[in-house]
Design a protein around this ligand. Sequence first.
Ligand code: DGL
Length: 272
Amino acid sequence: MDTTAPIGVFDSGVGGLTVAREIMRQVPNERIVYFGDTARVPYGSKSKDTIIKYSRQIIRFLQTEKVKAIVIACNTATALALNEMQKEFDIPIIGVVQPGVVAATQTTKNGRIGLIGTESTIHSGMYPKLIEEIMPQAQVIGKACPLFCPLVEEGMINDTITTQVAERYLSELKKQQIDTLIMGCTHYPLLQDTIAQVMGEGITLVNPAYETALELKQLLERENLANVCEIDSPSSMYRFYVSDTAEKFKKIASFILPFDITMTQQIAIEQF
Ligand code: DGL
């Protein structure tokens, strides 16, 4: 395997850039090919069969870019499709759920863990299942927060409406004596300050995006896949593809990434 080959990172849209951003920080030597399925977002309300079909098409596309490993940056796609994709494809594929689970079990003192995510992630039961494998006595209290993604995409990150929505969604969780809360959706780390403020003191927030980047780093070292060559500028290190027009993607990307995306190419993903 060519160690200078890129890492494939994909998500239902722009949110997975929170994962790409952490990867850029943790493994700055690695090239990235990012795919955002902007034509078919949101994944968070779709069925398992649909998400498996979408993930398969995206991985086939990423393989044409000769990626050496794949990160499913989307919590929903990880929860619904990671196991199937790992069986189908002969390339290292990791998702964002397991790294978040490990961090949460290491963080909690009282074994009461809150989980917020999309409807599909919460209903999949994947987070509680994996937590139970590591910590059978743990209690996981889940809450879907479907309005968080559109609020972030509208740029309403520091907005009183977002605080009100967070208060409404999180009020039940606040009564559950959790000491750890997993932000189980790509967009939620962008609302970290609001979520932390609403939850109050004594609750540690777990960001699966950060944990996933650390896991990727370990995977690359373990499999002898890490790029040891000289690095270039972001414009040549990172390539961005979308399935719909690029304008909104670029706009939101500009407040997630530390540089402006100049080139984004649209792909007919249904053909893969
Ligand atoms: N990327 C999705 C996730 O992390 C959130 C957006 C969507 O529903 O597609 O679950």
